[in-house]
Design a protein around this ligand. Structure first.
Ligand code: SF4
Length: 438
């Protein structure tokens, strides 16, 4: 029997022509799908369809069953696919963040819904599917701190448009409690980590040139973070990681990151307004130390991609200009810019919903590019236009050139090239309307 694992894509980012849309940098394969493939019993033939890079027709695609993983913005597409496939009599299983938070809604579109970390119950799901006896809901519960994850099957992604980058995950979840964060809601505030030996074995099968460590917050457990970096150092592969701003002040961790050849870090800066950070419960960020943190990353040869969010209740209409001046001053290398979006399952969603401030329940708009609630101190249009202005200004050619010129002081050639390419990639995606592709 053949099982198809699908990563849906939005109307704007879905591949419809000869080549995928936008910048190859953002076309990396989906680790969640690869992990499910790894957990699939070997007697089942498994394939992946990634709608960002693969062309397929759900009306005719030969398969015996389909599993679709969906974030909130992708739920409408997932439901549309499910409808088409089920009309053909093909069973559909839905999982991922959105079905986990809204299993009843997802259940109306699927034969089965998997909530939580799917690989924990995947073997049972597969066996039930083979027998034609899928249950409506499979709830995967992960209570232990230490977890085992089957090795991901990266071989199922054959598309030549993927960049030479492997994705690996050591830990999941986060120790912080940011109000807007779906990761925190999905893992119910828990931090889980895999035995290092298990990940080391999986790394042996990663053949691509670069490595992205996709842990939600690698610095969630300092001792574990040091172990991970120690395990990565002998590989000598160019690395990207995700952490928090405060890791920059930890000399030992920064030295280990340098030894492991980390060249890029993603950190959630979110806001340069103290009250907005407080409102978001992002209490580990200290605005007065941002400059020092970025300087520390730079000193260790690491460029910084900062997540920025606009639309907090304390954001005034001048927040865009203030933020641009600020991030220029502190030499932020790359910005991933989002509109505050209350994802279902988060505290932010519950609070805005209770206050009657949600103005849009079309999940396709929950993509961090639309305003789906009433902001407190500006109009929806001001917020939308402000974000558009910020993205345009931050990614002006002259600004990109200035950042690359400054970068030559801190970065080796690979890091400098990656920093510049990422800047140009964000610029191009913005021009194509592909900002923040979910
Ligand atoms: S630090 Fe990042 S991953 Fe952790 S809760 Fe906050 S936003 Fe989520």
């Amino acid at each position: 029997m053949k099982l198809t694992l699908v990563a849906p894509a939005t109307d704007v980012s879905r591949r419809t022509g000869r080549r995928p849309k936008g910048t190859p940098f953002f076309h990396y394969y989906k680790l969640g799908i690869a992990t499910l493939a790894g957990a699939t019993p070997p007697d089942i033939e498994v394939e992946a369809v990634d709608e960002m890079v693969d062309l397929w027709d759900p009306r005719t695609h030969p398969t015996d069953g389909v599993a679709i993983s969906a974030l909130t913005a992708l739920a409408p597409r997932a439901y549309q696919l499910a409808r088409t496939l089920r009309e053909r009599g093909i069973p559909v299983i839905l999982g991922g963040m959105h079905p986990t938070f809204l299993p009843e809604e997802a259940g109306r579109h699927a034969d089965a819904v998997v909530t939580g970390a799917g690989e924990l119950v995947w073997e049972q799901v597969c066996r039930d599917w083979q027998r034609g006896a899928l249950k409506p809901v499979y709830a995967a519960c992960q209570n232990d701190t230490s977890i085992h994850v089957p090795p991901a099957r990266r071989d199922i992604f054959r598309n030549p448009f993927y960049p030479p980058l492997d994705i690996i995950q050591f830990s999941r979840g986060c120790v912080h409690r940011c109000r807007f964060c779906s990761v925190n809601a999905f893992f119910r505030g828990r931090y889980h980590y895999r035995p290092i030996a298990e990940v080391r074995a999986e790394l042996a099968g990663c053949r691509r040139k670069h490595l992205m460590v996709a842990d939600d917050n690698l610095y969630g457990d300092r001792a574990y973070c040091l172990e991970v970096l120690g395990a990565l150092a002998p590989l000598g592969r160019y690395l990207g990681i995700q952490g928090t701003v405060d890791m920059a002040f930890d000399g030992e961790v920064m030295a280990a990151a340098r030894a492991a050849k980390v060249g890029a870090v993603f950190v959630g800066i979110e806001s340069v307004v103290t009250e907005s950070l407080r409102e978001a419960d992002k209490l580990h960020n200290q605005i007065e130390r941002y400059a020092e943190a970025i300087a520390s990353f730079h000193r260790h040869g690491i460029f910084v991609e900062g997540g920025l969010m606009f639309g907090f209740d304390h954001d005034e209409p001048d927040v865009f200009r203030r933020t641009l001046d600020f991030v220029d001053r502190i030499d932020l290398d790359v910005a991933q810019v989002a509109i505050v979006t209350p994802m279902p399952g988060t505290r932010l969603f519950a609070e805005l919903d209770a206050a009657g401030r949600l103005t849009d329940r079309d999940w396709a708009h929950y993509d961090c590019n639309n305003v789906v609630y009433r902001p407190a101190r500006m109009t929806q249009l001001e917020l939308l236009n402000g974000v558009e202005w910020f993205r345009r200004e931050f990614y002006r050619r002259r600004a990109i050139a200035r950042r690359a010129w400054k970068g030559r002081r801190w970065f080796d050639l690979t890091t400098l090239a990656t920093q510049a390419a990422l800047n140009l990639g964000f610029r191009r995606n913005h021009q194509l309307g592909l900002d923040y592709p979910p």
